[in-house]
Design a protein around this ligand. Structure first.
Ligand code: SAM
Length: 206
């Protein structure tokens, strides 16, 4: 992408004056609350409201975003909430995190078909959970939508197809009052190309 992404998002976050922590996503809370906390990774975390919520629940969280300005806000918000999150300023075009270490990967309102799916499958342990929500092309038709480029929105049925190494546990396309999104919860299977096998976090605790 990405020097233009860096400038664009830094400028956006420099204008933002987020004095208080935005609410974590309710659907994320529903999906993650039943899970036993382990290691979590959020891609494109923005202000970090979801990462901070996860840390509050006892997850050990790494959170990646291209914008150091956004992450600086996130760091202040985490300190105010008295939680630790490992904020990582990195462009996903270049980011190479650890392979097969995460019990949970979270993505909200971000789409990068070229690199993100392989990075997610690489990051997850076998049996690890993916919780992913982002905009569908229906969202572009909303008069209030700032999104104009269909390349950043999902086609109908597309999201599960981006993760051949994950088994969908649930998938829905939702028209919500403020957005049209697809929501996928999936579990990384045992065999993903280039990633060795290991026992699932959820198997090990039984
Ligand atoms: C629409 S915001 C979503 C933020 C957050 N996930 C949320 O739901 O509030 C998209 C985020 O993606 C980040 N981003 C854009 N391009 C990126 C890239 N190439 N690498 C990493 N992060 C990127 C932006 O800085 C921004 O924080």
């Amino acid at each position: 992408m990405s020097s233009s992404d860096l400038e664009r998002w830094n400028a956006k976050y420099a204008q933002a004056r987020s004095a208080s922590l935005p609410a974590a996503d309710n659907w994320l809370i529903d999906q993650v609350s039943p899970l036993r906390p382990g290691r979590a990774l959020e891609f494109a975390c923005g202000f970090g409201q979801n990462a901070i919520w996860l840390a509050r629940q006892g997850w050990q969280v790494d959170a990646v975003d291209i914008s150091p300005v956004g992450l600086s806000h996130a760091g202040h918000l985490a300190r105010a909430a008295e939680v630790e999150v490992n904020w990582i300023a990195a462009d996903l075009d270049e980011f190479t995190g650890d392979a097969e270490v995460y019990d949970l990967v979270v993505v909200f309102r971000f789409l990068d078909r070229a690199r993100l799916p392989a990075q997610i499958e690489r990051a997850l342990k076998a049996g690890g959970r993916l919780v992913y929500e982002t905009f569908t092309v229906r969202h572009l038709a909303r008069p209030e939508s700032h999104m104009k480029n269909p390349a950043f929105a999902l086609q109908p049925g597309e999201l599960p197809t981006l993760f051949p190494g994950c088994d969908p546990l649930s998938y829905a396309e939702c028209s919500l009052p403020d957005r049209d999104v697809a929501r996928l919860v999936a579990e990384r299977g045992r065999k993903v190309e280039g990633v060795k096998e290991s026992k699932s976090h959820y198997e090990r605790r039984q």
